[in-house]
Design a protein around this ligand. Structure first.
Ligand SMILES: NC(=O)c1ccc[n+]([C@@H]2O[C@H](COP(=O)([O-])OP(=O)(O)OC[C@H]3O[C@@H](n4cnc5c(N)ncnc54)[C@H](O)[C@@H]3O)[C@@H](O)[C@H]2O)c1
Ligand SMILES: [Zn+2]
Length: 351
């Protein structure tokens, strides 16, 4: 079954298709765009790349943060030019979120913008990275520091791609699905994965339609992310993003409870949802709380002081100037576990 989710952004509107086999819609998408040529940049085997229906250059790529950099954008644009790609043609990305990000940025810059279609192959890329038009690459000074808003012309989330995904990459995406429970999609537990993906994309599409450039409601998508980002850095990325966000989600629940925004059952629901997905809910044993607080002060939502997206009587919202003592106290009360137990959380959840 295919679900079609519209992302409504006036002349930049497009559809996200979710379901088994949706990659085979690519020739129809390319035909509708009127492209004569396509460049497909793929981190997956050539057999995974569907026919485009037009003259095509297939460029192999590698997923991963290492290649998500400006020199890759330059190399890709050079290949586009040598192939003779024009601004009325199309670029297609096929890979994880690192690939959709770097190819998206190349498409945004080539000829000041050429159409791009994403074929995300990781769960995280399907539920998050490929939808919403943010593209970026890393600099040595930090992640995602150079980028552009460039909406794709279509996103094809083929759930058949996910069958080869390693367990931890699945968990990585489930972390983003779990946080949807607290920002407007509370009924996803127990649904088949394609339905969870479609619901998460629908939620994101609605938020992006209200706030394409991240000046307001798009903050909601950062539920669990303030501590999540700090944990990724503090563990030197030993935790995958979705695992760190899961721990951050449990923390956000406890912090909202400590601030009197939700009651104990609301706090407990955070742990229950995260554990339902087999995700970790405790802090790594040897991470220093002061290091986490220092890192959280650098969060892009924090203009001054500490800022979090927190549940409350009006639903989730951005809360600025949260007192450091409360944050420190809630961190001190969080359960702790050894990192190797946390990343094996799936097995523990089954028992
Ligand atoms: N633009 C946005 O709005 C946005 C949102 C969220 C995340 N991101 C970005 O997305 C990136 C993370 O994405 P990711 O987690 O997909 O990382 P990734 O691209 O590194 O992929 C994760 C791993 O999964 C493997 N993989 C992907 N698809 C596979 C498949 N079908 N079968 C087997 N293995 C597969 C990859 O080779 C890689 O090892 C980060 O760089 C992040 O900044 C962007
Ligand atoms: Zn995230």
């Amino acid at each position: 079954m295919t679900t079609t989710i519209p992302v409504r952004l006036e002349e930049r509107s497009y559809d996200v298709l979710v379901g088994p086999g949706v990659r085979n819609s690519l020739p129809e998408v390319v035909r509708r765009l009127g492209a004569q040529r396509a460049v497909v940049v793929s981190a997956r085997p050539p057999a995974w790349v569907p026919d485009t229906g037009v003259e095509t250059l297939l460029l192999p790529a590698r997923d991963g943060e290492h290649d998500k950099r400006l020199s890759t954008v330059e190399e890709l644009c050079g290949e586009f030019a040598r192939f003779g790609l024009t601004r009325s043609d199309v670029v297609v990305s096929c890979g994880g979120g690192t690939t959709t990000d770097v190819v998206g940025l190349a498409a945004a810059l080539y000829h000041r913008g050429v159409a791009v279609v994403h074929l995300p192959t990781s769960l995280l890329a399907q539920v998050d990275a490929s939808v919403g038009g943010k593209t970026a690459v890393n600099l040595p000074a930090g992640k995602n520091l150079v980028g552009a808003y460039w909406q794709p012309s279509a996103v094809l989330c083929d759930t058949d791609y996910l069958t080869t995904l390693p367990r931890r990459e699945l968990l990585n995406g489930l972390g983003e699905i779990a946080r949807c429970h607290f920002i407007g999609a509370p009924g996803l537990r127990g649904l088949p994965l394609p339905e969870q993906i479609a619901a998460s994309v629908t939620l994101k599409a609605g938020i992006v339609a209200q706030d394409e450039r991240d000046t307001g409601p798009r903050h909601l998508l950062n539920y669990g992310h303030t501590l999540g980002h700090a944990l990724e850095i503090a563990t030197d990325f030993a935790l995958r993003h979705g695992e760190a966000v899961a721990i951050g989600t449990v923390f956000a629940g406890r912090l909202a409870g400590a601030l009197g925004r939700i009651d104990q059952s609301g706090v407990d629901e955070h742990r229950a949802v995260v554990r339902h997905y087999g995700l970790p809910a405790a802090l790594p044993a040897d991470v220093d709380a002061d290091v986490l607080v220092r890192q959280m002060r650098r969060d892009k939502k924090a203009i001054a002081g500490l800022a979090f997206v927190l549940a409350g009587p009006r639903g989730a919202e951005l809360v600025r100037d949260v007192p450091a003592e409360v944050v420190t106290d809630v961190l001190a009360r969080m359960p702790r576990d050894r990192l190797e137990n946390l990343v094996g959380a799936t097995e523990a959840a089954a028992t």
